[in-house]
Design a protein around this ligand. Structure first.
Ligand SMILES: Nc1ncnc2c1ncn2[C@@H]1O[C@H](COP(=O)(O)OP(=O)(O)OP(=O)(O)O)[C@@H](O)[C@H]1O
Ligand SMILES: [Mg+2]
Length: 159
């Protein structure tokens, strides 16, 4: 499963999230990559519309992980402020993947070595006009190349 969608405006992106959620198993992990403001949270709001918990969605920048309960349990992580794998282990990111419930991770490219398979990947990018965003979506397993761009400097720093 792999496709690309273009959206013009936040509401179209949210609608994309609602449609995507329709195919999402309860224990799915969804890894989002993409620049600041590329629409990751907008997709997540759409996913959470489908599971009736979107009014709870806020960017978990300071808490790192938010939990929403609607028709299913959803954990929403934002790794923007974490750039070391050690810090991600400290907040229990790997444990989160073993628990039941849906996990949605923004800036997931920072945690690439920790991400489980299979997983869904959504790479968001800015388009050529202000409201244009492009989303590449795939189901990734052991035989699939990741579409999340790993920030090279993180791996350099570890070496
Ligand atoms: N087509 C679009 N899809 C989504 N958001 C759009 C679109 N066009 C404009 N926007 C605007 O871009 C911003 C996207 O914000 P959003 O929080 O979803 O991005 P993000 O990728 O989660 O950013 P961050 O990296 O800061 O978490 C919002 O202000 C939204 O209104
Ligand atoms: Mg966000």
């Amino acid at each position: 499963m792999r496709y690309t969608r273009d959206t013009y405006g936040e509401e179209e992106t949210r609608a994309l999230g609602r449609v995507f959620a329709g195919e999402l198993p309860p224990d799915a992990v969804v890894a989002f990559s993409g620049d600041l403001g590329s629409g990751k949270t907008a997709v997540i709001r759409g996913i959470c519309d489908t599971f009736r918990c979107s009014e709870q969605v806020s960017s978990p920048t300071f808490t790192i992980v938010n939990e929403y309960v609607g028709s299913r349990s959803i954990r929403h992580c934002d790794l923007y402020r974490l750039d070391r794998i050690e810090d991600m282990l400290e907040i229990g990111l790997d444990a989160l993947f073993r628990e039941s419930g849906t996990v949605l991770i923004e800036w997931a490219e920072r945690a690439l070595p920790l991400l489980p398979l299979p997983r869904y990947e959504i790479a968001a990018s800015h388009g050529d006009v202000e409201s244009h965003r492009r989303f590449s979506v795939q189901l990734c397993d052991a035989d699939t190349a990741s579409i999340l761009s790993a920030p090279a400097e993180l791996f350099r720093r570890k070496a």
